[in-house]
Design a protein around this ligand. Sequence first.
Ligand SMILES: NC(=O)c1ccc[n+]([C@@H]2O[C@H](COP(=O)([O-])OP(=O)(O)OC[C@H]3O[C@@H](n4cnc5c(N)ncnc54)[C@H](O)[C@@H]3O)[C@@H](O)[C@H]2O)c1
Length: 250
Amino acid sequence: MRLEGKVAVVTGGAAGIGEAYSIGMAREGAKVVIADIDEKAGAQLAERINAEGATALFVPTDVSSKADAETMAQRTVDQFGRLDVLVNNASILDAQPVEEITEEMWDRQMAVNAKGTIFCSQAAIPIMKQNKRGKIVNISSIGALAAQPGLCAYHSTKAAIFTITRSFAAELIDWNIQVNAVVPGTTSTGMAERAMRDPAFKKRVVDTIPMGRLGNPQELLGAVLYFSTDDSNYCTGQTLIVDGGVLAIM
Ligand SMILES: NC(=O)c1ccc[n+]([C@@H]2O[C@H](COP(=O)([O-])OP(=O)(O)OC[C@H]3O[C@@H](n4cnc5c(N)ncnc54)[C@H](O)[C@@H]3O)[C@@H](O)[C@H]2O)c1
């Protein structure tokens, strides 16, 4: 088990791809903290993981709140005594044409997707520094590298993740804390299905995927595990694209 003895926090870990990370990391031996705004789904998932004989704790968290991020880190240490891995996965997506982006939509997506990554990392980094080791895995999107209509605000938040990842990597290198990013392609989750409500748009998206299908959440887990374990100890500031070949194949 690659995460035996480790404690991992997964933000947005109650549903979608985050759920696959929570379950997969628990099965690799980590004690998993599910930090999610959805109290019902988070509590249910923690119960399911514990019933399987692994260990999970749900901490209700709105990642856009600095106070919630601090509470999440404190409760992790109170319960498990350490925090080794932080997966900054929580995000929201609100699609709209560029002329219709409101200030509120822009601010809310930035607050959850970009500022949430900063706040949760700020809460976790002092604990990792004490241990002189740590792993931060940020989640971006292929949309930060190739545009789709209607997603300017969301994709801007995901582009920020690249800069955040490299900046953190540079600042934390002397503390033995590695910071990397996973870049998912279109993956079948509530978020993706909501964004592709229009069947014609969904067909257009699938037609651009060389593998001819959406990803499934389980297919992102390996990349997150790589960046969460000692396998990636000599790797920092990097991004790993998991997209069915979209960005590599014409
Ligand atoms: N699904 C895709 O096609 C796709 C593609 C590229 C990147 N991504 C990225 O992968 C990650 C997971 O996406 P998903 O499709 O599983 O999303 P999802 O909407 O299915 O799940 C997101 C989870 O985050 C939680 N969440 C939302 N706001 C929160 C907040 N303020 N604080 C804490 N938790 C909050 C939700 O409750 C939910 O459990 C996101 O970072 C997303 O940007 C997804």
